[in-house]
Design a protein around this ligand. Structure first.
Ligand code: A2P
Length: 339
């Protein structure tokens, strides 16, 4: 008989948590029992899974008896506090927060890039899911790095509000509706109005002048690619888009790669779809990336300002490939090769 697993989802009422349930269902993950967990605020709520409404339980240290896999997307604090309890109870944790990503004993995994690192899950019983903007970038960088060795990456992001969570999705909707109705807008999630605006401020500012989101892209890229020599500099920007992060990526490579070569390499790369036909106004956009799992890349062109430079435009669904799908893909490899 095929094996089945007891799966807990911490943060099951949130934007990513709900998508995790949907991905488990869509990809026919062999779930014996699903346990949705959230805070006390969600007591009495249910979440849909395989045609049923499952009652939400309160996340606590004792939530993980008999659990094989615990997918966490309930914020860094909850992950720090409860992932060790889940691991101690014998579950393998796949954590979508930033709490464990840079821990040397925790693998940071994008299945298309470094699936072999999953083997290290035994050190702490935790596998980290990278930052959403980093995931879609490294899916595209990896095949180019293998072909031409990337020396430096300059990236600017255009990130959807869903990356902040369900409340930010509601804030953008409310502001757009209020502005058209000449009513006052609410600002609870962001410091500034996000409707018809954008701001270069994602996560908190650090002493070095960068935001934490920008430094995640720098540090996580090196760790996932397994190459400390790749230099990355990032500017991360929140834009009034609901779903789908976009990135303008400038690369300097050791070996010259023509745009045609890059296009050929990327067309064969796992998890990537080349959408690059400017003559027909075809290039990746969040509206097309949302609701599917491929990372779209286009506007592939030479950077004439340096010897070996390329420019790319990379778009993916931040809640799916940037979070939930990537976590479920990790779980699939884990049960196939390790559990
Ligand atoms: P709740 O809705 O009960 O607060 P999002 O990223 O969309 O904001 O969702 C965050 C998810 O994480 C929600 O399911 C939320 O549950 C959950 N969550 C946040 N903080 C905690 C906590 N301290 N304990 C358990 N779940 C939490």
């Amino acid at each position: 008989m095929a094996r089945e697993f007891t799966v807990a989802v911490a943060g099951a009422t949130g934007a990513v948590g709900r998508q995790m349930l949907q991905c488990l269902e869509e990809r026919r993950f062999p779930v014996r029992r699903l346990i949705p967990l959230a805070s006390e605020r969600s007591l009495g709520l249910t979440v849909p899974f395989r045609g049923k409404e499952l009652p939400v339980e309160v996340l606590g240290p004792d939530s993980f008896q008999g659990v094989d896999l615990a997918l966490f997307s309930a914020g860094g604090g909850a992950s720090k506090d409860y992932a060790p309890h889940a691991a101690a109870a014998g579950a393998v944790v796949i954590d979508n927060s930033s709490a464990w990503r840079m821990d040397p004993d925790v693998p940071l995994v994008v299945p298309e890039v470094n699936p072999g690192d999953i083997a290290d899950y035994q050190k702490k019983g935790i596998i980290a899911n990278p930052n959403c903007s980093t995931i879609q970038m490294v899916v595209v960088l990896k095949p180019i790095h293998d072909a031409a060795r990337i020396k430096r990456v300059v990236v600017s992001t255009y990130q959807a509000v869903s990356g902040t969570g369900q409340k930010a999705v509601e804030e953008l909707s409310q502001q757009v509706r209020a502005l058209f109705a000449c009513q006052s807008i609410e600002k609870k999630v962001y410091h500034h109005r996000i409707a018809f605006n954008c701001f270069p401020h994602i996560d908190v500012f650090l002493e070095n002048g960068y935001t934490r989101e920008e430094m995640k892209m720098v540090l996580e890229t090196k760790k996932i690619m397994g190459d400390e020599s790749i230099e990355v500099t990032a500017t991360t920007v929140r834009v009034p888009v609901f779903y789908g992060h976009s990135e303008a990526v400038n690369l300097e490579t050791e070996r010259k790669l023509t745009p045609e070569e890059a296009r050929r390499i990327l067309a064969r790369a796992p998890g990537v779809k080349v959408v690059d036909n400017p003559a027909k106004n075809e290039y990746p956009m969040p509206l097309d990336a949302a609701g599917q799992d491929l990372t779209l890349v286009g506007r592939i062109r030479e950077d004439f300002s340096i010897k070996n430079g390329l420019n790319l435009w990379v778009v993916a669904d931040n809640i799916r490939k940037g979070a939930a799908t990537n976590a479920v893909q990790i779980a699939e490899i884990l049960i196939r090769d390790y559990l």
